[in-house]
Design a protein around this ligand. Structure first.
Ligand code: BGC
Length: 754
């Protein structure tokens, strides 16, 4: 109690401090000019070795080992060789597993001591790591639902708040740079990184990504509670043809701009200061080797001014995997000239040595090196690292604050997406007996997935044991004596299905928790999107008992469950809901929270022929069907919402106009509830086949029973644009349809008033 009170006060103080530190734009401009001159001044004094060192990023594992107590112990000699001997600009990662905030503070302090006291120019290190769903490499941190679940909340303000807390807890450890947000799109459901995305829709990802960036960076990056963000993985990483991680994508320019580029455009606008390149290739061109993607498009067109870091070993990969370079020398040259400023090498000084030689031989011009180093130093200045390179001891107590836990619980509750509820089986009344079964019922690791205390997230013993699994949370609702637990199956093998079936006879309802084990990146590749056989069998056999089955899906991507959908009376999609996932699921099952999540992706019915909601008309005409298990944007509630009076304020729109759309929504049920109001737009006829509809706006509202709210949206001319035949955005005059709920209205776009 005492700890949480202190933490609460500390969080409030730092957040307040940050609000008062907000700067006006003009002041920002002045500051920028000062950074520019400081950067220029510093670069002018640097030797080629110092410059190339700044461009080098090495992983923490190279500088020590984990002790038996889980503390990371630095090898001072190796660290000195890196920071002083090789002028390192950056170090990354966690050395294998999450560390205590005190351990982190010691690590960073030692690094900054060396960098700022023992190097010639006293340039601080910029430490970076993956704060993917909270500060997942800081023990005791608030682990939020993964992005896919945050997309389901439809609540950008909540995303911003979560981003703010994750920044605070990362910075408390002394780490000022987060490799996030992931702005890839979930348009290939096999891909093992779907859970890191905000879903399939570019607009949803843009809004959530921008909110995350605002939360993490605030208005002033030098605030001690903010971190630099890194939009990734630019560009097209998420659309592998085969579904396997780090394999080729084939993306026509139009789709690239219509879908994949948009969240990055929004992130640049939101002020992200760093960018990580796509590990893989688009149309045969590895992004790390592409001046077009990394410089012309990113800087020239999107106006990005920050630092571009490679992904893990991806310069090496240009000659070992992608085969576009004959050796390391060629790979380094190609990548640096294409626009990579910093190499996540990450294990040795090969990049440093090779680039230095290339510079000496005149093959990489000093101008390009200076540009890269300036981009790096600028971020260090913006973060205030030259003035305050050290962790702030007083922030240590802010990690895992009670107020942060509450935001986390709200996020997990708002993510819960109710997909089926036959005969209003849910919420379950108290005073009943239930069987809880399945491989995701009694583990914290499965609720958190990859990027949780370790890269793969599968070390159950590293999770805080005071947190509740689904089983434990259900036991708290009903009393242990009313809850039977039988595991039934593991993900890939049967354990005791017969025992589960026998236990079912003694209970009123069955809560079957199925889904996926924790995974991340390539180890998460699958050959079949279908839910594993043993899990399907468990549900089928339990349904055979006649007792109502409630299916809880704990999964990072939409595993196909067509053959058991009819067997379940209720289905709750929980995604990877984080450390408050157990309580949030139980709250929804027993009606202490009303589900309000909406699917941020199309849930496929079959393990092939995937379609997204914004498909083309031909895909559902002439015998073709758009037939997902559940569509994008779908999600039920325990109350009912009536949509009425959808209006546009004008029947015509010209380039100068703003179109105002209003709709009235009433809670016609008996419980308070939240609803994400979604506005879709359809271009009725266009010179490039138009999608059937596109999400243009969303807003989450809260309504008490009988309460009515009018929701107002505005559309500008640019919102009507699509990527035209010349691959540039265009608005073609003509008829458009606005759809909200089941209603629609039409208006006409005209180039000028008649
Ligand atoms: C991942 C990145 C991550 C990096 C550093 C890579 O394998 O693709 O998303 O930021 O590792 O951990």
């Amino acid at each position: 109690m005492k700890r949480s009170l202190i933490s609460l006060v500390a969080v409030a103080m730092v957040l307040l401090g940050c609000a008062s530190g907000e700067r006006k734009d003009k002041e920002g401009d002045v500051k920028q000019a000062r950074f520019d001159s400081e950067v220029r001044h510093l670069v002018a004094q640097m030797t080629p070795e110092e410059k190339v060192g700044q461009m080098t990023q090495i992983t923490l594992e190279q500088f020590g080992t984990s002790g038996p107590d889980g503390r990371f112990v630095l090898d001072e000699q190796k660290l000195r060789d890196g920071i002083v001997g090789h002028h390192l600009g950056s170090i990354l990662n966690c050395g294998g597993q999450a560390r205590t905030v005190q351990n982190w503070q010691e690590i960073i302090t030692k690094m900054q001591d060396l960098a700022t006291k023992e190097t010639r120019l006293h340039i601080p290190i910029i430490y970076g790591l993956d704060t993917i769903h909270g500060a997942n490499y800081v023990l005791g941190a608030t682990l939020f639902p993964h992005n896919i679940a945050m997309g389901a909340t439809g609540n950008a303000a909540l995303m911003e708040k979560a981003g703010e807390i994750a920044a605070l807890e990362t910075r408390a450890a002394g780490i000022p740079w987060n490799f996030g947000p992931v702005l890839d799109l979930a348009r290939q459901p096999m891909w093992p990184r779907v859970f890191e995305t905000f879903g399939e829709d570019p607009y949803l990802a843009s809004e959530m990504g921008a909110a995350f960036i605002h939360g993490q960076q605030g208005k002033d990056l030098s605030s001690p509670v903010k971190v630099a963000t890194c939009m990734k993985h630019y560009l097209g990483y998420c659309f592998p043809w085969s579904g396997a991680d780090r394999t080729p994508a084939y993306i026509p320019d139009r789709q690239l701009r219509e879908w994949f580029l948009k969240p990055y455009q929004a992130a640049v606008k939101a002020g992200t200061v760093t960018c990580m390149a796509n590990s893989s290739e688009i149309n045969g061109i590895p992004v790390h080797a592409s001046k077009f993607y990394l410089t012309d498009l990113l800087r020239g067109e999107l106006g990005f001014k920050g630092l571009v870091v490679s992904d893990w070993a991806d310069i090496e990969n240009l000659y070992t995997r992608e085969m576009v370079a004959k050796d390391r020398r060629e790979a380094v040259k190609i990548a640096v000239l294409a626009g990579i400023d910093m190499s996540m090498v990450p294990n040795d000084y090969s990049f440093y040595d090779t680039l230095l030689q290339l510079v000496r031989d005149g093959e990489v011009p000093m101008k390009r090196i200076d540009e890269a180093v300036s981009n790096i130093l600028q971020v260090k200045y913006m973060l205030g690292l030259f003035k305050s390179p050290y962790p702030r001891k007083d922030l240590a107590g802010t990690v895992g604050a009670e107020s942060s836990r509450q935001v986390n619980l709200q996020a997990a509750q708002e993510a819960m997406t109710l997909l089926k509820n036959e005969g209003n089986l849910l919420p379950l009344a108290r005073g009943r007996k239930v069987l809880v079964t399945g491989p995701t019922a009694n583990k914290l690791s499965v609720l958190n997935g990859g990027w949780s205390t370790t890269w793969q997230g599968d070390q159950e013993q590293l999770y805080p044991q005071d947190k509740d699994t689904i089983l434990e949370a259900v036991q708290k609702k009903l009393g242990k004596e009313n809850v039977t637990h039988v595991e039934g199956v593991a993900f890939d093998k049967e354990i005791d299905i017969a025992k589960a079936v026998a236990a079912a006879a003694q209970v009123d309802a069955i809560i079957a928790c199925i889904g996926e084990p924790p995974y991340c990146e390539t180890p998460g590749n699958i050959n079949d999107l279908t839910m594993t056989e043993p899990q399907l069998k468990l549900v089928q056999e339990l349904a055979g008992t006649g007792k109502p089955v409630i299916l809880v899906l704990v999964e990072g991507r939409p595993r196909v469950i067509r053959t058991i959908v009819d067997d379940a009376k209720a289905i709750l999609m929980a995604y990877l809901p984080g450390l408050e996932g157990g309580p949030a699921i139980a709250d929804v099952l027993f009606g202490d929270a009303n589900p309000s999540g909406k699917l941020p992706l199309t849930y496929p019915k079959y393990p092939a022929g995937f379609m997204t909601y914004d498909h083309k008309p031909s895909e559902e005409k002439g015998g073709n069907k758009y037939d997902p298990q559940w569509p994008f944007g779908y999600g039920l509630s325990y109350t009912t919402f009536e949509y009425r009076a959808l209006r546009v304020d004008a029947s015509e729109m010209t380039p100068k106009d703003k179109l105002v759309i209003t709709v009235e929504i009433t809670n016609t049920g008996t419980r308070p509830g939240r609803e994400t109001v979604q506005l879709y737009l359809s271009d009725m006829v266009a010179s490039v086949t138009p999608p059937v509809k596109v999400l243009k706006r969303f807003q989450k509202i809260e309504l008490k029973p009988k309460e009515m709210k009018t929701v107002r949206f505005e559309l500008a001319w640019d919102d009507l644009a699509f990527i035209g035949r010349d691959n540039k955005p265009v608005v073609e005059p003509g008829e458009f349809k606005v759809e909200v709920g089941k209603m629609s209205v039409r208006f006409t776009a005209r180039a000028a008033r008649k």
